[in-house]
Design a binder for this molecule. Structure first.
Ligand SMILES: NC(=O)C1=CN([C@@H]2O[C@H](COP(=O)(O)OP(=O)(O)OC[C@H]3O[C@@H](n4cnc5c(N)ncnc54)[C@H](OP(=O)(O)O)[C@@H]3O)[C@@H](O)[C@H]2O)C=CC1
Ligand SMILES: N[C@@H](CC=O)C(=O)O
Length: 812
């Protein structure tokens, strides 16, 4: 014997009902199938009862609409010749419903018994209509009135089965029947007094489980609209996978914690008789589904699933008045029990100084009131503080039989959540070790479940959610590089690099649900909303995505001054903008500390030498115990290009303009020509080497006439033209000595300096061509011959690829 249950969506309309009937008649095995009401009907019946009780005459319209829905189902499902009996049954049922609702309307109150009577009509109607349809197809079967088999107490709304009598009635009924196929309404039963009772939300699953257990059925099948129990809620996690086999206890944990496919109490009767429960999909009957059974042999995964429950409130009672006093917990929980408040999660500190419980949000304030009342004496005498209530919380839980005695699971769970800035309000793990639960803010649930899913089920694949601020020379190249490389990263590094946002100084293009489509991002950005800091930062934070990286490809001070906002929310920052790391030392340190404290990466390799590994190499030297003795460097791609190309044939201004057109200069070229850019770079290297230097500490000699710094960039170029003779003189002086001009930076014994130098032909810097940079690290280990890094030190493409490399490094 097999017992099947089909939920509301499985019997939502004529088309679905046909699918159900195909499933139950697909093989000749003996079967009972239990059905829910047509989709949405129970809610509408509850509404009718409430409207009538609230003296709202519109309940009659609702009855007509509901009646119409059922009449329509009959008309589409049954051939015209066989419709009349079913149509009159529907009309009769709705007349009865109308009579009851009218009584409620007159009395202006609804008893629990009347409510059960009203909502029980849904299953009666659906099962009768499906039965009529099977008769029309000549499918031999029996319709069972579940009210005659399931006997309950009088606890209307969530009645308790009286098992002894119920089991006997079920056995007797099936022993006496010669049929092979049965259909029964779920959810409804009858009390000893004869009144209709219901088994609570999801009660149709329970009806099926009770009958399956009584009959020692071979299997219980729960047919729904998903292909089994999933590793996480598929509405939250795109990559959620079906769990092929799961133990009863794991399934109970998952269903209690929000996996809605099976109504939790269903599992108990089946487990008691070791009846396997299958979760199958009515709309994909060929899918294997999930089997819930005694033991679940599973290779690999230690965690079976991740679930969550929302609408949680946390209550904390704290104070010395509980320390060493037996009975405090009893008082606490008795108060809640007497108020019929269900406790979802409990934690108590070992110092006995506090008890903390999670309850459903609807009960939160009432729970606080009853506990405060129970401890009124201790609170009045200031031995305890009044209960602290916190709302808008949820619980996420890891579930798995194999977590028992498997060290490190909790560590992985909490470090993954912590790395993503998810604050944990309370934690619980029973000694069975099958469930580790954490109470978190509801706003973090999606991120938390995805983070945990990635950590425990997608170890091979990591997702990185990237916001790119700045789409000029470097930013636009970066986007193109990412676009070209996304497939490669997925295939070869299992890294799903998603661009979620792109912004310039005026507008931001932010993805709604998924990543941005990069095929025409320029146009989409033009069409996007106008938004700037600080709202832009707020939007990025509020997206609340896991593994988020903000990439600063601007030269903007305000953006650089907002990194702390991101880092302090565990959002990584990658910057080629040099302003933050060369601002006041306190801010630079603060960013470093936030990065460490909040487990967020902060990478800025391209601040010095563009794509060259200048900062990374310095860090590697120091980490391995080396010490920096001296740094000598040419750090300006622009100035190297300019002095390599200027010989007086073209004016100095024209050569600088060429450097700008090639994309080597800062957005404001005066920063390059005035030496600020090089000062920033040597400052950053000195700081990375461990020295708390400020910009003012750098000795700098100017080669530009001072008047070139006032006015606009146009004025600046005009000034360069005006001073052409000055530049020619500089050139000639070096050339006459067989030297080349190089703008050099140096750092030694805690002091940094920058300035233009005439470099002789036998010096390291002489053979430095184009826009190349060179850095010489003299260290304790590289004492005589320095460690040399040399190559292209400016340009959109190389800088973008350095930024890209930093982004990849920020992946978890
Ligand atoms: N070029 C190179 O070789 C190297 C450059 N860098 C650094 O790269 C950074 C970018 O340089 P580059 O691409 O040449 O500069 P561009 O001027 O070409 O581009 C700057 C971009 O930043 C945008 N922007 C400015 N302010 C904001 C803001 N508040 N919010 C969002 N976007 C903003 C601009 O938008 P809008 O167009 O609206 O103004 C523009 O899209 C600089 O910090 C530079 O120091 C680092 C190493 C090498
Ligand atoms: N403007 C800079 C670009 C790299 O930082 C330079 O010219 O070196």
């Amino acid at each position: 014997m097999q017992v099947l249950k089909f939920g509301g969506t499985s019997v939502a309309n004529a088309e679905n009902i046909r699918k159900v009937v195909n499933i139950v008649t697909a093989d000749p095995q003996k079967k009972l199938f239990v059905v829910s009401a047509l989709s949405g009907v129970t809610d509408k019946l509850i509404e009718i009862g409430n409207l009538a009780a609230g003296k709202d005459p519109s309940y009659t319209e609702k009855i007509s609409a509901l009646s119409e829905q059922h009449l329509e189902a009959v008309k589409t499902l049954l051939p015209v010749t066989t419709q009349s009996a079913s149509l009159s049954l529907v009309m009769q049922t709705f007349n009865e419903l109308e009579d009851i609702a009218e009584g409620v309307f007159r009395l202006q109150e609804i008893s629990a018994a009347s409510k059960d009577k009203i909502i029980g009509f849904g299953e009666l109607l659906s099962s009768k209509i499906i039965s009529a349809y099977m008769h029309s197809l000549n499918i031999d079967h029996a319709w069972i009135d579940s009210r005659d088999l399931l006997l309950t107490d009088n606890n209307h709304g969530k009645a308790n089965i009286l098992f002894e009598e119920t089991n006997q009635r079920i056995i007797d009924y099936f022993n006496a029947s010669d049929k092979n196929l049965f259909i029964a309404p779920g959810f409804i039963a009858r009390a000893e007094t004869g009144t209709v009772t219901t088994l609570g939300r999801g009660g149709s699953d329970y009806t099926a489980a009770v009958i399956a257990a009584a009959l020692h059925a071979d299997a219980l099948q729960i047919w729904t609209d998903v292909s089994g129990m999933m590793t996480a809620d598929p509405r939250l996690v795109n990559n959620a996978k079906v769990i092929p086999v799961i133990s009863y206890k794991e399934a109970m944990e998952l269903t209690h914690f929000g996996a809605k496919v099976v109504y939790p109490p269903t599992i108990q009767p089946a487990m008691a008789r070791e009846i396997p429960i299958w979760v199958k999909n009515t709309f994909a009957p060929g899918d294997a589904g999930t089997v819930i059974q005694h033991v679940a042999p599973r290779e690999g995964e230690v965690v079976t699933g991740i679930s969550s429950i929302s609408d949680i409130s946390l209550l904390s009672l704290e104070g010395s008045g509980m320390v060493g006093i037996p009975g405090s917990s009893k008082t606490f929980f008795t108060a809640l029990a007497e108020a019929k408040i269900n406790v979802v999660l409990i934690t108590q500190s070992s110092s006995e100084h506090s008890i903390c419980v999670a309850v459903n949000a609807a009960d939160g304030t009432r729970a606080a009131t009853v506990v405060n009342k129970a401890f009124a004496y201790e609170i009045d005498s200031q031995k305890l503080d009044p209960v602290k209530e916190e709302h808008n919380l949820s619980i996420v839980a890891l579930v798995g039989d194999k977590m028992k005695r498997h060290p490190g699971i909790a560590g992985k769970m909490f470090s993954a959540l912590g790395r993503n800035g998810i604050n944990i309000r309370a934690i619980a793990q029973g000694s069975s070790e099958k469930n580790i639960s954490a109470v978190i803010s509801t706003a973090d649930v999606k991120k938390a479940v995805n983070t945990l899913h990635e950590r425990f089920f997608e170890r091979a694949r990591k997702q990185l959610n990237v916001f790119i601020l700045g789409v000029g020379n470097v930013g636009s190249k970066l986007i193109e590089q990412i676009r070209e490389q996304q497939d490669f990263l997925l295939k070869n590094l299992n890294l799903q690099l998603r661009i979620i946002g792109i912004a310039n100084s005026r507008q931001a293009l932010l993805a709604e649900d998924d990543e941005l489509d990069l095929s025409n991002w320029q146009q989409h950005l033009k069409d996007s909303e106008e938004i700037q800091l600080p709202m832009l930062a707020k939007k990025i934070v509020n997206k609340n995505l896991r593994n988020t990286v903000v990439v600063d490809v601007t030269a903007d001070e305000a953006i650089a001054r907002s990194y702390h906002v991101f880092l302090s929310r565990s959002i990584s920052v990658v910057a080629c903008n040099k302003i933050a790391c060369s601002s006041d030392y306190a801010y630079y340190r603060r960013l470093k500390e936030l990065s460490a404290d909040f487990n967020a990466s902060f990478y800025f390799e391209t601040n010095v030498g563009a794509g060259l590994p200048v900062i990374g190499t310095l860090n590697d030297l120091l980490r391995s115990g080396d010490e920096i003795v001296k740094i000598e460097a040419v750090l300006s791609g622009t100035l190297n290009f300019v002095f390599n190309n200027y010989d007086g044939k073209e004016t100095f201004a024209e050569v600088v303009k060429r450097a700008q057109a090639e994309g080597y200069t800062e957005p404001d070229p005066r920063l390059d020509l005035g030496g600020t850019d090089v000062m920033r770079k040597i400052l950053i290297l000195a700081r990375e080497a461990g020295y708390a230097l400020e910009m003012d500490d750098i000795a700098a000699t100017q080669f530009l006439p001072q008047d070139c710094f006032s006015g606009s960039v146009e004025d600046f170029y005009a000034c360069l033209e005006k001073n052409e003779a000055h530049f020619k003189k500089l050139y000639d002086s070096a050339h006459d000595k067989g030297c080349k001009l190089k703008y050099v930076a140096a750092f030694e014994q805690g002091r940094a300096m920058v300035g233009l130098q005439e470099i002789p032909a036998d010096a390291d810097f002489y053979h430095l061509y184009g826009k190349d940079n060179i850095v010489l690290y003299y260290t304790k280990r590289y004492a005589q011959q320095p460690l040399v890094i040399k190559g292209a030190g400016a340009g959109g493409d190389v800088t973008a690829s350095g930024v890209f490399a930093d982004i990849i490094k920020a992946a978890p």
